[in-house]
Design a protein. Structure first.
Length: 129
């Protein structure tokens, strides 16, 4: 099934997503007061130990993220299943975190480096897929 929406509705729904694993269906279920779907309940349990990003990449709590942009290093961390930057701001995706820094459209998968708790080296997010 497909539902057609205009760009403003898409932007509004995207803004209501709490994290990458929070789907548009989850947002609509919340707005319509339908309660969580069975899939959302499983996702919420998994997110307590890390963050599942689109593409199936799981970043466990304690994963550190970094990028140097225009000579300034920016840091973030996965805490309680959420992407939190050094200012304490939560981001729904690597790209939204990158856009927050650059103020332009950026592929966050190529922008950020990650170091999971079990890793010895930093690696670009897209290399972890």
């Amino acid at each position: 099934m497909q539902i057609d929406i205009d760009f403003e509705v898409f932007k509004a729904l995207t803004a209501l997503r709490k994290r990458e694993s929070h789907t548009y269906n989850d947002v609509l279920r919340e707005l319509l007061k339908l309660g969580p779907s069975p899939n959302q309940a499983v996702s919420e349990t998994a997110s307590a130990k890390g963050l599942l990003l689109r593409g199936g990449l799981f970043l466990p709590d304690g994963t550190r993220l970094r990028v140097t942009y225009k000579g300034i290093e920016y840091l973030a961390e996965i805490r309680n299943g959420r992407w939190i930057d050094q200012a304490g701001t939560e981001h729904a995706s690597p790209s939204s975190a990158a856009q927050h820094i650059t103020r332009t459209n950026v592929n966050g998968w190529r922008f950020w480096e990650a170091k999971r708790p079990s890793d010895t080296d930093w690696r670009k997010l897209d290399a972890l897929l």
